[in-house]
Design a protein around this ligand. Structure first.
Ligand code: NI
Ligand code: MN
Length: 225
């Protein structure tokens, strides 16, 4: 599995020969190294309805024909915009051509850009049978992360920006619940209002846990082995 960070909570995951975009927020994302008219997508996963996560889903899915995976409310809304969708919901797993995908709890909001109720926000577990990646979505710390940790997470993608999601201290506590092999920080330094030092966070995590931290720059790829 190859994880390429496009800044913020936007990831391009290459898994089982497919391109899976998670929260494809590219236009308006000052860190984005690619534009929505260039990016490859076979599947798009949307964790919640906020504009910095729904992002360019409609434009990319219309151009590429990608199948959009999201909770029932967001799936229904995107179907209404003419997209092919696959509805799931919190706690539910489904098999897709690229692997197994489960939506998990996230503590956050999820209204869609036009004010439509977007249902519960989600995190995502993606497994190809040998590696498991957890994208936490936008969330505060919650004790159920310990249950997610029981699923043997290889790589956890965790927000550290604070203000709208976990900040560095709670993200450290999240690592203690999740016990992933590797943690990668996200949802920080997109704007000044979520400015953080990822290297300082990495040092704290290494000091207090057995988890390795990988700090990426936007456009970097991490190979999960
Ligand atoms: Ni949000
Ligand atoms: Mn967000």
């Amino acid at each position: 599995m190859k994880l390429t960070w496009y800044g913020h909570a936007t990831w391009h995951i290459q898994v089982s020969g497919f391109n899976v975009l998670v929260d494809p927020f590219l236009s308006g994302n000052p860190l984005a190294p690619v534009s929505p008219d260039k990016v490859d997508a076979d599947f798009i996963v949307v964790t919640h309805g906020h504009a910095d996560h729904l992002g360019d889903t409609i434009e990319i899915a219309r151009r590429t024909g990608a199948l959009v995976i999201a909770n029932a409310e967001i799936s229904r809304w995107l179907s209404g915009h003419g997209l092919k969708t696959y509805g799931q919901h919190i706690g539910g797993s489904a098999s897709h051509p690229f692997g197994r995908l489960k939506l998990t709890q996230a503590i956050h909001g999820s209204s869609l850009p036009d004010g439509t109720y977007g249902g519960m926000p989600a995190g995502v577990l993606i497994s190809d049978g040998s590696c498991k990646v957890y994208h936490a979505g936008d969330t505060g710390l919650f004790p159920g992360m310990a249950l997610i940790g029981e699923e043997a997470v290889d790589v956890a993608l965790l927000p550290i920006g604070d203000r709208y999601t976990m900040g560095p201290e709670d993200a450290l506590r999240a690592v203690k619940f999740l016990r992933p092999r590797v943690a990668i920080p996200m949802h920080y330094n997109t704007w000044d209002i979520i400015r953080q030092d990822p290297y300082q966070w990495a040092a704290c995590v290494r000091e207090e846990t057995g988890t390795e931290v990988v700090v990426l720059s936007a456009g970097d790829t991490y190979l999960v082995e």
